[in-house]
Design a protein around this ligand. Structure first.
Ligand code: SAM
Length: 248
C-alpha cells in the first residue's frame, strides 16, 4: 500500500473533529476530512492548493501551520462562499498562511472537450507553486472537477498528490479519473479509497507530462458543460460573481 495512505488511514481516527465543528453536508464528509488531515501530515505537505473553499481549508491549514514557509491557496467560484470560508478561517485562530481567491467557472476547451474551468490568470498557479498537494472539491453539482486536474497538473511537484472528493460517483468522478488516466497514462497513479466518506481519490503525479486529451466522451462532456454552465448562471452565487466581473 502507498505509505502516505497507510499512515493517513492509521492516524485518521485520532484527528480531532467535533460534530459541533463540522458545518454540514455541503462540506467534505467528516471521515474524509480526517483522512485529508492525516494525509497532509503523512506527506509533510507544506504548499497546498484547493478548489472549493470551506471546512477543508481549516482541516488542512491546521496541519501545515507548524511548518515554516507554509502556504495554502484556496480557490472558489463563489464570492459569497469564499468570503464565508475566509471569515470562518480568520476566526479559527489558525496561523497558517492562507490566501483565498475567487475565480468564476467558465467553459474552456481542452482538446476536443469543452469543460468548466476556474478562470485564473494564465501561469498564476505555476508561479505560486510548485504545490505538494491539490484538493479537488469543486461544487458538488458536477462543476469544474475534470478541468481542475488539467489546470493544476503543471503546478504540482512530481511526487505530489491530488486528492479528489466524492470519488465514488459513477458518471462523474470515476469518469474523470478514467479521462485523466487516458490523458496522462503512466505519469499518474490513481488509487480509489471507496470506503472513506463518499470515496476519496488519491492520485500521485509521477512525472511532468503533456496531456493527450481523450476524444472518447468529449461530445457528451461538452453538452454537459453547456447545461451546467446554464444552471450555474442561474444560481445566486455565480450570478454575484458575474455581477462583480461586470463592475470591473
Ligand atoms: C463541495 S463544497 C466543499 C467546500 C470545501 N472543500 C469543504 O469541504 O468545506 C464546494 C462548494 O460549495 C460551496 N459552498 C461553500 N459553503 C457553502 C454553504 N455554506 N452552503 C452551500 N454551498 C457552499 C462553495 O462554493 C464550494 O466551492
Amino acid at each position: 500500500m502507498n505509505p502516505y495512505i497507510a499512515e493517513a488511514v492509521a492516524a485518521m481516527d485520532k484527528v480531532p473533529l467535533s460534530r459541533y465543528e463540522h458545518p454540514g453536508s455541503w462540506a467534505m464528509d467528516p471521515a474524509s476530512c480526517r483522512f485529508l488531515a492525516g494525509f497532509v501530515r503523512a506527506l509533510g505537505a507544506k504548499k497546498i492548493i484547493e478548489f472549493g473553499s470551506g471546512f477543508s481549508t481549516l482541516m488542512m491549514a491546521r496541519e501545515i501551520a507548524p511548518i515554516e514557509g507554509n502556504y495554502l491557496l484556496s480557490i472558489d467560484s463563489s464570492p459569497k462562499y469564499s468570503a464565508m470560508a475566509k471569515e470562518a478561517y480568520e476566526t479559527s485562530g489558525c496561523q497558517a498562511k492562507v490566501d483565498f481567491r475567487v475565480a468564476p467557472l467558465r467553459p474552456r476547451l481542452y482538446g476536443p472537450r469543452l469543460l468548466l474551468s476556474y478562470s485564473l490568470p494564465k501561469g498564476l498557479l505555476e508561479a505560486l507553486g510548485p504545490f505538494d498537494l491539490a484538493l479537488i472539491d469543486a461544487p458538488h453539482e458536477d462543476y469544474g472537477r475534470e478541468a481542475v486536474f488539467y489546470d493544476v497538473f503543471n503546478a504540482l511537484a512530481p511526487g505530489g498528490y491530488i486528492i479528489l472528493d466524492d470519488a465514488n460517483r459513477e458518471h462523474m468522478e470515476r469518469e474523470y479519473v478514467r479521462s485523466w488516466q487516458s490523458a496522462y497514462e503512466g505519469s499518474i497513479d490513481p488509487i480509489l479509497l471507496e470506503g472513506i466518506g463518499n470515496g476519496i481519490g488519491v492520485i500521485e503525479k509521477i512525472d511532468d507530462d503533456t496531456p493527450l486529451y481523450p476524444r472518447a466522451g468529449s461530445l457528451s462532456s461538452s453538452i454537459k458543460t453547456l447545461r451546467n454552465y446554464g444552471r450555474l448562471l442561474f444560481s445566486s452565487g455565480e450570478k454575484a460573481s458575474v455581477d462583480e466581473e461586470e463592475k470591473l
